[in-house]
Write a protein that binds this ligand. Structure first.
Ligand SMILES: Nc1ncnc2c1ncn2[C@@H]1O[C@H](COP(=O)(O)OP(=O)(O)OP(=O)(O)O)[C@@H](O)[C@H]1O
Length: 233
């Protein structure tokens, strides 16, 4: 097994029909269990890179291995399967499903992935117990579990989104500015809880933020501008 959860060599990506932006990364390696703080100027391609790591986007032919899987060799549906089985996504806007309850939102990955369902049940008697435990560990009052998710505050919704990303022990968590809606005190508190959960599961975390103060919580800071080769397309 490779020691690297992310192993990129000579990656190039351009949005179809869009000139002026080109992501070009000669090498990017992330070891199992690392917590990487990814920063870079607005528009430098951080979210684009996260989508490539999650198999949402495909680059030009290159070496792109995530969790020992060659993403460039997978079909679109196989990449979808890979993503739901192995990657927890945390978004800036949370992307919760507004007509579902808190619990139903957290359990969504288990609906789509047998692997996540099985792993969630390894340490709990039911999926609901697994979800409730995670919510509790992330500081959410579990009596809210049956509430519509839209009835929760922004900070509470963020904990729901984090529990959804973590349920069923995905090996890689990809977080795209998940703390930007919170004030500084809540950001630090949330980050500590998220990192604590990642430590417990030996999870690898790639975390994007513009807030450089958060960088001290991570094992490594990577600046996308330094990672990239800047060439005129
Ligand atoms: N769906 C898309 N279609 C076409 N171009 C896109 C798309 N998404 C992003 N881009 C372009 O790709 C470039 C990089 O955008 P991206 O969102 O990855 O940067 P970013 O570093 O995450 O920015 P920010 O920090 O502002 O969120 C930008 O020029 C953007 O306009």
């Amino acid at each position: 097994m490779s020691p690297f959860v992310i192993d990129i060599q000579d990656l190039v990506f351009q949005w179809p029909g869009k000139h002026g932006f080109r992501l070009s990364i000669p090498q990017f390696l992330v070891r199992r269990g690392e917590r990487v703080f990814l920063q870079g100027a607005s528009g430098s391609g951080k979210s684009t890179l996260l989508s490539l790591l999650g198999g949402v986007l495909l680059p030009q032919p290159c070496h792109l291995r995530v969790l020992d899987t060659d993403l460039t060799a997978l079909s679109s549906s196989a990449r979808d399967r890979f993503r739901v089985d192995h990657v927890g996504f945390l978004f800036q806007q949370f992307n919760l499903v507004p007509y579902l309850s808190v619990l139903e939102n957290v359990l969504l990955p288990c609906r789509f992935s047998q692997r996540r369902r099985r792993q969630a049940l390894e340490s709990a008697v039911s999926l609901e117990q697994s979800a409730a435990r995670l919510l509790d560990q992330l500081g959410l009052d579990v009596t809210l579990a049956r509430q519509p998710v839209t009835a929760l505050s922004v900070g509470q919704q963020q904990r729901v989104a984090a529990a959804r990303a973590l349920i069923g022990h995905p090996e890689l968590i990809i977080a795209d500015e998940p703390t930007s809606a919170l004030d500084a005190a809540r950001q630090a508190e949330f980050l500590d809880l998220l990192l604590g959960r990642c430590d417990d599961g030996n999870v690898t975390l790639i975390f994007v933020s513009h807030d450089q103060r958060l960088g001290s919580h991570f094992s490594r800071t990577v600046d996308l501008n330094e990672l990239c080769v800047t060439t005129v397309p």
